[in-house]
Design a protein around this ligand. Sequence first.
Ligand code: DX5
Ligand code: ZN
Length: 216
Amino acid sequence: MVRIHPSILSADFVNLERDLERIRDADGVHVDVMDAHFVPNLTFGLPMVQRIAEVTELPIDVHLMIDDPDTWAPQYAIRGVESVTFHAEATNDGVALARELRARGTRAAIALKPGTAVDAVLEHLTEFDMVLVMTVEPGFGGQSFMADMMPKLVELRSRADEAGVELALQVDGGITADTLPIAAAAGADVFVAGSAVYGHDDVAARIAALRDAGSL
Ligand code: DX5
Ligand code: ZN
């Protein structure tokens, strides 16, 4: 099953309701929260995510690129938010945070920057609903896909299968109709795409093309 989650980082923030409507055929919407500390870029916070949840029926996938997710992430577990993703590099206790997110009724996901190994996650696979393997340095849209991250996906998928754990594997950064099949072959099943969707007029066709690329 291929899931396409367009990233609104590449949408028009002033016309966000229109741009959410343009992706209604997607499987979810990826919402990047950045704090200008964990990453060198700034977007928006909880009030914006609450408002997005009011105007879209798409499941919301919140990607927190912020310091101290242990304090802030639980607040994002609101109605309409399907999953909250925090970074392994930013949390003091990823297992405790994932448990708290699940207790609040949302899926818990942990993200790995390109320089972060999978080892810490492999020991606790059952604690997470999804692992996000970043395929660019987080912070900006429009960067090139890092194919050298694929071994992380292969390892996560094989260890999850061995253990009989149902685990979604998400990739984020540089996903296009050309790179999506590479990540899918390595085990990914949830694909974030910003510029490949919103960088074009025919947004619905771009989503369809990405989905096709994943089912070849
Ligand atoms: C980058 C963000 C991504 C970004 C991806 O740090 O996490 O979600 O929107 O953009 P593209 O698909 O253009 O690489
Ligand atoms: Zn993201």
